[in-house]
Design a protein around this ligand. Sequence first.
Ligand SMILES: Cc1cc2nc3c(=O)[nH]c(=O)nc-3n(C[C@H](O)[C@H](O)[C@H](O)COP(=O)(O)OP(=O)(O)OC[C@H]3O[C@@H](n4cnc5c(N)ncnc54)[C@H](O)[C@@H]3O)c2cc1C
Ligand code: FES
Ligand code: FES
Length: 474
Amino acid sequence: MKLLINQQVHDVDVPADTTLLNYLRGNGLTGTKEGCASGDCGACTVMVGTPDTDGIRYRTVNACIAPVGQFAGEHVVTVEGLAEADQLHPAQQAMVDCHGSQCGFCTPGFVMSLAALVENNSVGSDQREQVLQGISGNLCRCTGYRPIVDAGLRALQAPRTARLHDAAVFDMMGESSPAHDRGGVHLPISEDELQRTMQQYPDARLIGGGTDLMLEVTQLYRHLPELICLGRVAELNRIEETGETLVIGAGVPYTLLEDWFVDRSSPMFDLLQRLGSRQIRNSGTPGGNLANGSPIADMPPALIAWDARLELVSAAGASRVVSIDDFYLDYRKTLLAQDEYIARIHIPFGAMQDFHRFYKSSKRIEDDISSVMGAFRFKLDGGQISQARVAFGGMAATPVRLRELESLLEGAAPDDEQVLSQAIEQLDGLMTPLTDVRASAAYRAAMAGAMLTRALGEAAGTRLPTVMEVDPGA
Ligand SMILES: Cc1cc2nc3c(=O)[nH]c(=O)nc-3n(C[C@H](O)[C@H](O)[C@H](O)COP(=O)(O)OP(=O)(O)OC[C@H]3O[C@@H](n4cnc5c(N)ncnc54)[C@H](O)[C@@H]3O)c2cc1C
Ligand code: FES
Ligand code: FES
């Protein structure tokens, strides 16, 4: 398997679960640091480029949780590949000029996140927001963020670097197809090929972005000898509008979903912007979010509220479509059979057009898993709720839909305070939140009530009085 690193060809033959970070550091590129090995700190951030009509398009990734084989045929740029002789990259120069570094451990990661903004010409109306999003997956524990944000704003004034956009560099790898299986990483490019590969390697693990899966390697020290990457399967990487349904390929990375939803659903766009960091969203996929079966994943409650259906396909090519309501069986147990993959998510446009709100409560705004995630959809007819959907994450062993509560709300006006009080009372009995490091059970219960109150208030066009005060210390 060949890939480019800083414009040099690497012919890689390592075990499938070798992370890009370990490969880089093992090959002398030690500018890329390991802080957490779990995607949380950004010290390992690198840029990965693919040819684009306009040169090379770069995305940032956490090298610590990405298998190197996933990048076959792509161009990895590390901090060593930015400067040219004595000429620093604009992101590096701006960090120097704005005093954006102290101990320096986080600095290569920040520089790479800022460099990606420069190289993707990320100029928009709100440059500060661009910078904040760009560095949302980078932590600094000594400099403080103001000088780094200043550096980002300064770097954004610079033009992109011509040398990093010469797509001819890909010719250096020759004609060899990257999609072969040396080292146990399989890169099928079509669903047919995916199914054949799954039949041939029934024990292989599927990998979308690897942002959940690779923690098994870095945190649990498991060995994953065979990986089947979904990132190049064309049919799983499309967003299609078919009649009354939006069909999202399970392997579409969140960053592309953000682009699709930005003008179509601000609650979904806002939720996506709160999901992980820019690095996580460049790699992570909704298919991985659902298949992972976590009760605190962000997509399931929203997709339950939208009455989404999941298309599951087996290695033999047999397909079935199931309601997302039926998908979660128990803690981390789903309907997905061992030989099946999630191919597509079907969302009725009608549901997306109803009033909907997705609220996420987490300890940090950026790059943090939900303590509670609430998703609400109300079809409003003549001032009344004719259809309600209420779903929560973080409140039980699986994402939950509250049918009894929905029945209570249906037929009521969203500003009916008596119904709201009954609903809040019901909430307590319907879910079994845990106390853990993220939040106490009492906090979670109070937050769920506050979210419901807010959703109904916004549906009514008013803010209803908060029925329950939320004590952050509870
Ligand atoms: C720092 C950090 C922050 C995060 N923040 C959030 C957050 O805010 N909210 C949130 O919800 N999650 C968060 N996550 C978790 C993770 O990013 C998401 O769950 C993401 O959607 C996983 O997608 P993936 O493609 O990377 O999955 P992978 O890691 O590739 O796969 C996860 C599991 O699903 C399986 N799988 C993947 N795709 C398919 C498919 N199409 N069909 C069948 N099986 C499949 C894999 O075999 C694996 O078992 C975070 C993770 C990290 C490391
Ligand atoms: S080492 Fe912390 S995100 Fe990779
Ligand atoms: S400069 Fe020390 S952690 Fe950022």
